[in-house]
Design a protein around this ligand. Structure first.
Ligand SMILES: Cc1cc2nc3c(=O)[nH]c(=O)nc-3n(C[C@H](O)[C@H](O)[C@H](O)COP(=O)(O)O)c2cc1C
Length: 346
């Protein structure tokens, strides 16, 4: 029996199983000061930002997820149409397949369907620098999909649990130092669900990268996903144990903001509504990125993907209104208090 393609098996598990840990992201423990006298008309609220020289209607990016199979290509197309219609950014999933099998290129060619996406990110695993990928390949991925920026993902835990994972993670720092300036576009490093810790952020500070994406604990857990995929009971148990391993997203955003004051920080990992997005921005993020809920919406239909994105923007706008923020720059300066005996969201 042919093995289900790895990307399709990831998609199926993420769409059908419990693979996230909402509540572990740390946002519920933070609270805005509600302002009943915001001295602001709702119509004045402007969610727009500039990121990497591109104008976004809201500080939102559809996170790196997919590409490489017909199903993935259709999901990318739907996500791309939603990103274009809402004027937000979008990231491609790992483009490694584009290098291995050029016939998959069309599944990443989202600009064919949605040429107006304001900001498009490419993606490949940083560990692939130890498996034959170099500056030439990265440039080919950027140019091949028309990307404005590029993510290297850092996923040691996922690779450790994944059957046959690529686990040679030594020697990546000098390779990143060499390859990043040759990518031709701004490069960011991202986790995939275990967060960027203080230790990692300190290492990243010495690299010529433009920014980071946190992908902290609280959202999709790749240890959990891989534990569901593996047939090996020992690996399955290990994946279960590490399912919530890492830095909660709210903490990771604060850490990255402090450790990397002059770089872009994108918050991700369990951001599930506009209030959590607003909290991530108030912690210092420049933008937020969302994966799983948008994937599930896009799997239902292109219309649902658009609706989910519009809802997120609307919730963010409302959070800005009731905290008296005319602009995202103002929101980023709003203090957050530790929530104690509050049960209401917010
Ligand atoms: C189906 C799926 C596929 C993903 N594939 C990639 C990938 O190829 N490269 C990557 O950097 N991150 C990948 N991610 C991780 C996301 O970009 C994101 O970091 C993580 O899911 C946390 O966000 P969330 O809690 O909103 O899902 C994937 C996530 C999902 C749900």
């Amino acid at each position: 029996m042919a093995e289900l393609d790895r990307k399709d098996s990831h998609l199926a598990l993420c769409l059908e199983e419990e693979v996230e840990f909402p509540g572990a992201s740390g946002f519920a423990g933070l609270r805005f000061d509600h302002d009943a006298l915001p001295e602001l008309d709702r119509d004045e609220v402007d969610t727009g930002v500039e990121l990497f020289g591109k104008r976004l209607a809201a500080p939102i990016v559809i996170a790196s997820m997919t590409g490489g199979t017909p199903r993935a290509g259709e999901l990318n197309r739907r996500l791309a149409l939603a990103a274009e219609a809402c004027g937000v950014g979008m990231a491609l999933g790992s483009q490694r397949k584009m290098l291995e099998d050029p016939s998959t290129r069309a599944t990443f060619a989202v600009r064919d369907a949605a040429p107006g996406i304001p900001l498009l990110f490419g993606n490949v695993g940083a560990v692939q620098l130890n498996y034959g990928v170099g500056a030439r390949e990265v440039r080919a991925l950027v140019e091949g999909a028309g990307c404005d920026a590029f993510y290297f993902h850092l996923n040691p835990l996922q690779e450790a649990i994944q059957p046959g994972g690529d686990t040679r993670f030594s020697g990546l720092l000098p390779k990143l130092r060499e390859v990043v300036p040759q990518a031709g576009v701004p490069v960011l490093l991202k986790e995939v669900g275990s967060g960027i810790s203080r230790t990692t952020a300190a290492r990243i500070r010495d690299l010529p990268v433009a920014g980071v994406e946190t992908s902290g604990v609280g959202g999709t857990s790749w240890s959990k996903v891989e534990s569901l995929r593996t047939a090996d009971p020992v690996q399955r148990g290990t994946g279960e144990l590490f399912a919530r391993w890492g830095v909660p997203t709210a903490e990771s955003v604060a850490i990255c903001r402090e450790a990397l004051p002059d770089r872009v920080v994108i918050a991700s990992g369990g951001i599930r509504n506009g209030i959590e997005a607003a909290k991530a921005l108030a912690l210092g993020a420049d933008a937020v990125s969302v994966a799983l809920p948008l994937l599930r919406a896009a799997d239902r239909s292109a219309e649902d993907a658009l609706l989910a994105l519009r809802q997120l923007v609307e919730e963010l706008r409302t959070a800005m209104f009731v905290t008296g923020c005319r602009t995202v720059a103002e929101l980023r300066l709003r203090p957050l208090a530790r929530a104690r005996d509050y049960t209401a969201e917010g």
